[in-house]
Write a protein that binds this ligand. Structure first.
Ligand code: C2E
Ligand code: MG
Ligand code: MG
Ligand code: MG
Length: 282
Protein backbone atom coordinates (compact mmCIF):
# COMPACT_ATOMS: atom_id res chain seq x y z
CA UNK A 1 0.00 0.00 0.00
CA UNK A 2 2.76 2.43 0.95
CA UNK A 3 4.33 1.90 -2.45
CA UNK A 4 1.30 2.81 -4.50
CA UNK A 5 0.27 5.70 -2.30
CA UNK A 6 3.86 6.89 -2.17
CA UNK A 7 3.94 7.18 -5.92
CA UNK A 8 0.94 9.47 -5.87
CA UNK A 9 2.34 11.63 -3.11
CA UNK A 10 5.38 12.77 -5.07
CA UNK A 11 3.33 14.01 -7.98
CA UNK A 12 1.32 17.12 -8.40
CA UNK A 13 -2.29 16.07 -7.88
CA UNK A 14 -2.94 13.46 -10.54
CA UNK A 15 -6.59 12.40 -10.76
CA UNK A 16 -5.77 9.09 -12.45
CA UNK A 17 -3.26 8.04 -9.81
CA UNK A 18 -5.56 9.26 -7.10
CA UNK A 19 -8.35 7.14 -8.53
CA UNK A 20 -6.03 4.13 -8.70
CA UNK A 21 -4.94 4.59 -5.11
CA UNK A 22 -8.56 4.81 -3.98
CA UNK A 23 -9.42 1.66 -5.90
CA UNK A 24 -6.49 -0.20 -4.37
CA UNK A 25 -7.58 0.83 -0.87
CA UNK A 26 -11.10 -0.31 -1.66
CA UNK A 27 -9.78 -3.64 -2.90
CA UNK A 28 -7.71 -4.11 0.25
CA UNK A 29 -10.68 -3.35 2.45
CA UNK A 30 -12.90 -5.70 0.53
CA UNK A 31 -10.25 -8.44 0.65
CA UNK A 32 -9.94 -8.23 4.43
CA UNK A 33 -13.71 -8.59 4.72
CA UNK A 34 -13.68 -11.41 2.17
CA UNK A 35 -11.28 -13.39 4.34
CA UNK A 36 -13.46 -12.82 7.44
CA UNK A 37 -16.67 -13.67 5.62
CA UNK A 38 -15.15 -16.55 3.67
CA UNK A 39 -16.21 -15.26 0.27
CA UNK A 40 -13.82 -17.49 -1.68
CA UNK A 41 -14.72 -20.45 -3.84
CA UNK A 42 -12.63 -23.17 -5.38
CA UNK A 43 -13.24 -24.05 -9.03
CA UNK A 44 -11.88 -27.27 -10.50
CA UNK A 45 -10.48 -27.94 -13.95
CA UNK A 46 -9.70 -31.46 -15.19
CA UNK A 47 -6.28 -32.63 -16.35
CA UNK A 48 -6.44 -35.41 -18.93
CA UNK A 49 -4.07 -38.29 -19.51
CA UNK A 50 -3.28 -38.26 -23.22
CA UNK A 51 -2.66 -42.01 -23.29
CA UNK A 52 -6.07 -42.99 -21.88
CA UNK A 53 -8.05 -39.82 -22.64
CA UNK A 54 -9.41 -39.88 -19.09
CA UNK A 55 -9.36 -37.36 -16.27
CA UNK A 56 -6.51 -38.17 -13.91
CA UNK A 57 -6.37 -35.00 -11.87
CA UNK A 58 -8.09 -31.69 -11.08
CA UNK A 59 -6.51 -28.29 -10.63
CA UNK A 60 -7.94 -26.12 -7.86
CA UNK A 61 -8.40 -22.49 -8.99
CA UNK A 62 -9.60 -19.90 -6.51
CA UNK A 63 -12.42 -17.43 -7.22
CA UNK A 64 -13.81 -14.60 -5.15
CA UNK A 65 -17.55 -14.28 -4.78
CA UNK A 66 -17.59 -10.53 -4.17
CA UNK A 67 -20.86 -9.36 -2.57
CA UNK A 68 -21.58 -6.73 -5.23
CA UNK A 69 -19.43 -7.65 -8.22
CA UNK A 70 -19.32 -10.57 -10.65
CA UNK A 71 -17.08 -13.48 -9.78
CA UNK A 72 -13.56 -12.06 -9.37
CA UNK A 73 -10.62 -13.93 -10.93
CA UNK A 74 -7.26 -14.52 -9.23
CA UNK A 75 -5.35 -12.10 -11.45
CA UNK A 76 -7.35 -9.32 -9.78
CA UNK A 77 -6.77 -10.29 -6.15
CA UNK A 78 -3.86 -12.73 -5.71
CA UNK A 79 -1.13 -10.10 -6.27
CA UNK A 80 -2.91 -7.67 -3.91
CA UNK A 81 -3.40 -10.31 -1.24
CA UNK A 82 0.29 -11.20 -1.50
CA UNK A 83 1.19 -7.57 -0.97
CA UNK A 84 -1.02 -7.05 2.07
CA UNK A 85 -0.23 -10.40 3.68
CA UNK A 86 -3.56 -12.13 3.19
CA UNK A 87 -2.33 -14.73 0.72
CA UNK A 88 -1.29 -17.25 3.37
CA UNK A 89 -4.74 -17.41 4.87
CA UNK A 90 -6.47 -17.56 1.47
CA UNK A 91 -4.12 -20.15 0.04
CA UNK A 92 -4.23 -22.45 3.07
CA UNK A 93 -8.02 -22.27 2.88
CA UNK A 94 -7.91 -23.29 -0.81
CA UNK A 95 -5.62 -26.18 0.05
CA UNK A 96 -7.94 -27.37 2.80
CA UNK A 97 -11.12 -26.94 0.77
CA UNK A 98 -9.67 -28.76 -2.26
CA UNK A 99 -8.46 -31.70 -0.16
CA UNK A 100 -11.78 -31.91 1.68
CA UNK A 101 -13.68 -31.97 -1.60
CA UNK A 102 -11.62 -34.81 -3.06
CA UNK A 103 -11.77 -36.67 0.21
CA UNK A 104 -15.56 -36.44 0.54
CA UNK A 105 -16.07 -37.64 -3.04
CA UNK A 106 -13.70 -40.48 -2.39
CA UNK A 107 -15.48 -41.44 0.86
CA UNK A 108 -18.79 -41.56 -1.00
CA UNK A 109 -17.07 -43.71 -3.62
CA UNK A 110 -17.96 -41.22 -6.35
CA UNK A 111 -14.45 -41.03 -7.76
CA UNK A 112 -11.52 -43.28 -8.46
CA UNK A 113 -9.06 -43.38 -5.56
CA UNK A 114 -6.26 -42.36 -7.89
CA UNK A 115 -7.80 -38.98 -8.82
CA UNK A 116 -5.41 -36.32 -7.60
CA UNK A 117 -5.76 -32.64 -6.82
CA UNK A 118 -3.29 -29.98 -7.87
CA UNK A 119 -3.05 -26.80 -5.78
CA UNK A 120 -1.20 -23.59 -6.69
CA UNK A 121 0.96 -22.24 -3.90
CA UNK A 122 2.19 -18.68 -3.73
CA UNK A 123 5.87 -18.44 -2.89
CA UNK A 124 4.90 -16.31 0.11
CA UNK A 125 3.76 -19.49 1.84
CA UNK A 126 7.28 -20.84 1.68
CA UNK A 127 8.36 -18.22 4.15
CA UNK A 128 5.61 -19.21 6.54
CA UNK A 129 7.38 -21.55 8.91
CA UNK A 130 4.30 -23.65 9.56
CA UNK A 131 3.44 -24.43 5.92
CA UNK A 132 4.57 -28.04 6.28
CA UNK A 133 2.61 -28.34 9.55
CA UNK A 134 -0.53 -27.09 7.76
CA UNK A 135 0.00 -29.60 4.97
CA UNK A 136 0.52 -32.45 7.42
CA UNK A 137 -2.61 -31.46 9.32
CA UNK A 138 -4.70 -31.27 6.15
CA UNK A 139 -3.44 -34.64 4.93
CA UNK A 140 -4.19 -36.22 8.29
CA UNK A 141 -7.63 -34.66 8.65
CA UNK A 142 -8.81 -35.43 5.14
CA UNK A 143 -6.98 -38.77 4.95
CA UNK A 144 -6.03 -38.11 1.35
CA UNK A 145 -2.88 -39.85 0.34
CA UNK A 146 0.03 -37.45 -0.05
CA UNK A 147 0.74 -38.62 -3.59
CA UNK A 148 -2.78 -37.46 -4.53
CA UNK A 149 -1.98 -33.91 -3.50
CA UNK A 150 0.17 -32.08 -6.03
CA UNK A 151 1.73 -28.68 -5.59
CA UNK A 152 2.13 -26.19 -8.45
CA UNK A 153 4.69 -23.43 -8.24
CA UNK A 154 5.34 -20.96 -11.04
CA UNK A 155 8.70 -21.00 -12.70
CA UNK A 156 9.44 -17.28 -12.39
CA UNK A 157 9.07 -17.42 -8.64
CA UNK A 158 11.58 -20.22 -8.31
CA UNK A 159 14.17 -18.30 -10.22
CA UNK A 160 13.90 -15.37 -7.86
CA UNK A 161 14.18 -17.20 -4.57
CA UNK A 162 16.02 -20.43 -5.21
CA UNK A 163 17.90 -20.87 -1.93
CA UNK A 164 15.04 -20.62 0.53
CA UNK A 165 12.68 -22.49 -1.72
CA UNK A 166 14.85 -25.54 -2.15
CA UNK A 167 14.46 -26.39 1.50
CA UNK A 168 10.69 -26.39 1.41
CA UNK A 169 10.62 -28.29 -1.87
CA UNK A 170 12.72 -31.08 -0.40
CA UNK A 171 10.21 -31.30 2.48
CA UNK A 172 7.45 -31.89 -0.06
CA UNK A 173 9.60 -34.49 -1.74
CA UNK A 174 10.08 -36.29 1.58
CA UNK A 175 6.32 -36.25 2.10
CA UNK A 176 5.86 -37.82 -1.36
CA UNK A 177 3.91 -34.82 -2.60
CA UNK A 178 4.52 -34.44 -6.35
CA UNK A 179 5.78 -31.05 -7.48
CA UNK A 180 4.80 -29.34 -10.71
CA UNK A 181 6.63 -26.41 -12.22
CA UNK A 182 3.82 -24.18 -13.52
CA UNK A 183 4.01 -21.80 -16.49
CA UNK A 184 7.17 -23.50 -17.70
CA UNK A 185 8.89 -21.45 -20.39
CA UNK A 186 8.05 -18.06 -18.91
CA UNK A 187 10.79 -17.91 -16.29
CA UNK A 188 14.06 -18.52 -18.16
CA UNK A 189 15.35 -21.37 -15.96
CA UNK A 190 18.70 -22.69 -17.01
CA UNK A 191 18.58 -26.40 -17.57
CA UNK A 192 21.27 -27.32 -15.08
CA UNK A 193 19.37 -25.27 -12.58
CA UNK A 194 16.11 -27.03 -13.30
CA UNK A 195 17.86 -30.32 -12.73
CA UNK A 196 18.74 -29.41 -9.16
CA UNK A 197 15.11 -29.06 -8.09
CA UNK A 198 12.94 -32.08 -7.26
CA UNK A 199 10.16 -31.43 -9.79
CA UNK A 200 8.06 -34.32 -11.06
CA UNK A 201 6.39 -32.48 -13.90
CA UNK A 202 6.70 -29.43 -16.14
CA UNK A 203 3.51 -27.63 -17.06
CA UNK A 204 4.05 -25.95 -20.42
CA UNK A 205 2.67 -22.43 -20.38
CA UNK A 206 -0.42 -21.84 -22.50
CA UNK A 207 1.32 -19.17 -24.58
CA UNK A 208 3.50 -21.91 -26.14
CA UNK A 209 0.53 -24.20 -26.72
CA UNK A 210 -1.33 -21.38 -28.46
CA UNK A 211 1.63 -20.70 -30.77
CA UNK A 212 1.91 -24.36 -31.79
CA UNK A 213 -0.61 -23.78 -34.56
CA UNK A 214 1.15 -20.70 -35.94
CA UNK A 215 4.18 -22.91 -36.56
CA UNK A 216 2.51 -25.90 -38.17
CA UNK A 217 5.85 -27.26 -39.37
CA UNK A 218 7.92 -27.30 -36.21
CA UNK A 219 5.18 -26.63 -33.66
CA UNK A 220 7.35 -23.97 -32.04
CA UNK A 221 9.04 -24.78 -28.76
CA UNK A 222 6.56 -27.33 -27.45
CA UNK A 223 8.38 -30.44 -28.78
CA UNK A 224 11.62 -29.24 -27.18
CA UNK A 225 9.88 -28.58 -23.87
CA UNK A 226 8.37 -32.06 -23.83
CA UNK A 227 11.81 -33.54 -24.57
CA UNK A 228 13.35 -31.56 -21.75
CA UNK A 229 10.78 -32.92 -19.31
CA UNK A 230 11.27 -36.51 -20.45
CA UNK A 231 15.04 -36.34 -20.55
CA UNK A 232 15.00 -35.20 -16.93
CA UNK A 233 12.64 -37.96 -15.87
CA UNK A 234 9.66 -35.65 -15.55
CA UNK A 235 6.24 -35.73 -17.16
CA UNK A 236 4.94 -32.96 -19.42
CA UNK A 237 1.57 -31.26 -19.00
CA UNK A 238 0.23 -28.85 -21.64
CA UNK A 239 -2.06 -26.09 -20.38
CA UNK A 240 -4.46 -23.96 -22.40
CA UNK A 241 -5.47 -26.70 -24.86
CA UNK A 242 -8.43 -25.26 -26.75
CA UNK A 243 -8.63 -27.06 -30.10
CA UNK A 244 -8.77 -30.66 -31.35
CA UNK A 245 -5.73 -29.85 -33.54
CA UNK A 246 -3.67 -28.94 -30.50
CA UNK A 247 -4.78 -32.14 -28.78
CA UNK A 248 -3.77 -34.25 -31.82
CA UNK A 249 -0.41 -32.49 -32.06
CA UNK A 250 0.31 -33.02 -28.36
CA UNK A 251 -0.53 -36.70 -28.68
CA UNK A 252 1.89 -36.98 -31.62
CA UNK A 253 4.57 -35.39 -29.48
CA UNK A 254 4.02 -37.87 -26.63
CA UNK A 255 2.97 -35.19 -24.21
CA UNK A 256 1.69 -36.93 -21.07
CA UNK A 257 -1.16 -34.73 -19.86
CA UNK A 258 -3.29 -31.85 -21.07
CA UNK A 259 -5.62 -29.26 -19.61
CA UNK A 260 -7.75 -26.60 -21.22
CA UNK A 261 -11.13 -25.33 -22.35
CA UNK A 262 -11.30 -28.10 -24.97
CA UNK A 263 -11.94 -30.54 -22.13
CA UNK A 264 -13.64 -28.28 -19.63
CA UNK A 265 -13.63 -24.81 -18.15
CA UNK A 266 -12.87 -24.63 -14.44
CA UNK A 267 -16.13 -25.59 -12.70
CA UNK A 268 -17.61 -25.26 -9.21
CA UNK A 269 -17.48 -28.56 -7.33
CA UNK A 270 -21.16 -29.42 -7.88
CA UNK A 271 -20.68 -29.28 -11.66
CA UNK A 272 -17.30 -30.98 -11.53
CA UNK A 273 -18.67 -34.04 -9.78
CA UNK A 274 -21.45 -34.23 -12.41
CA UNK A 275 -18.79 -34.21 -15.12
CA UNK A 276 -16.67 -36.83 -13.34
CA UNK A 277 -19.67 -39.11 -12.93
CA UNK A 278 -20.14 -39.24 -16.72
CA UNK A 279 -16.60 -40.73 -16.99
CA UNK A 280 -15.70 -38.62 -20.02
CA UNK A 281 -12.97 -39.72 -22.39
CA UNK A 282 -11.21 -37.75 -25.14
P1 C2E B 1 -2.32 -21.20 -13.54
O1 C2E B 1 -2.05 -22.01 -12.33
O2 C2E B 1 -1.31 -21.23 -14.63
O3 C2E B 1 -3.75 -21.67 -14.04
C1 C2E B 1 -4.14 -21.75 -15.38
C2 C2E B 1 -5.04 -20.59 -15.76
O4 C2E B 1 -5.42 -20.76 -17.13
C3 C2E B 1 -6.35 -20.53 -14.99
O5 C2E B 1 -6.70 -19.15 -14.89
C4 C2E B 1 -7.32 -21.25 -15.92
O6 C2E B 1 -8.68 -20.90 -15.70
C5 C2E B 1 -6.83 -20.77 -17.26
N1 C2E B 1 -7.16 -21.69 -18.34
C6 C2E B 1 -7.47 -23.00 -18.26
N2 C2E B 1 -7.70 -23.53 -19.47
C7 C2E B 1 -7.52 -22.53 -20.36
C8 C2E B 1 -7.63 -22.46 -21.81
O7 C2E B 1 -7.91 -23.43 -22.50
N3 C2E B 1 -7.36 -21.24 -22.37
C9 C2E B 1 -7.05 -20.16 -21.63
N4 C2E B 1 -6.82 -19.00 -22.27
N5 C2E B 1 -6.94 -20.18 -20.28
C10 C2E B 1 -7.18 -21.36 -19.65
P2 C2E B 1 -7.27 -18.56 -13.52
O8 C2E B 1 -8.18 -19.54 -12.88
O9 C2E B 1 -7.76 -17.20 -13.81
O10 C2E B 1 -5.97 -18.49 -12.61
C11 C2E B 1 -4.90 -17.63 -12.95
C12 C2E B 1 -3.71 -17.87 -12.07
O11 C2E B 1 -3.98 -17.50 -10.72
C13 C2E B 1 -3.27 -19.33 -12.01
O12 C2E B 1 -2.52 -19.65 -13.16
C14 C2E B 1 -2.47 -19.34 -10.73
O13 C2E B 1 -1.16 -18.87 -10.97
C15 C2E B 1 -3.21 -18.31 -9.88
N6 C2E B 1 -4.07 -19.01 -8.91
C16 C2E B 1 -5.28 -19.57 -9.09
N7 C2E B 1 -5.74 -20.14 -7.94
C17 C2E B 1 -4.77 -19.93 -7.02
C18 C2E B 1 -4.62 -20.30 -5.64
O14 C2E B 1 -5.47 -20.94 -5.01
N8 C2E B 1 -3.47 -19.89 -5.02
C19 C2E B 1 -2.49 -19.20 -5.68
N9 C2E B 1 -1.38 -18.84 -5.00
N10 C2E B 1 -2.58 -18.85 -6.97
C20 C2E B 1 -3.71 -19.22 -7.64
MG1 MG C 1 -1.46 -23.82 -11.95
MG1 MG D 1 0.00 -22.29 -15.57
MG1 MG E 1 -0.44 -19.07 -15.21
Amino acid sequence: RAKSLGKARYHVFDPVMYQEAIQLLQLENDLRKAVERQEFLVYYQPIISLSTGKIISLEALVRWQHPTRDLVFPIEFIPASEEIGLINEINIWVLQEACETISSWSEKKLIDKSLSISVNLSVRLFYQTNLIAHINRIINQTKISSCNLKIEITESVIMENHRDIKNVLSHFQKLNIPLIMDDFGTGYSSLSYLHSFPFNALKIDKSFVRRMQDNQENMGLVPAMISIAHSMGMTAIAEGVETPEQLAQLRCLNCDYAQGYLFSQPLPKELMIDLLLTSPQW
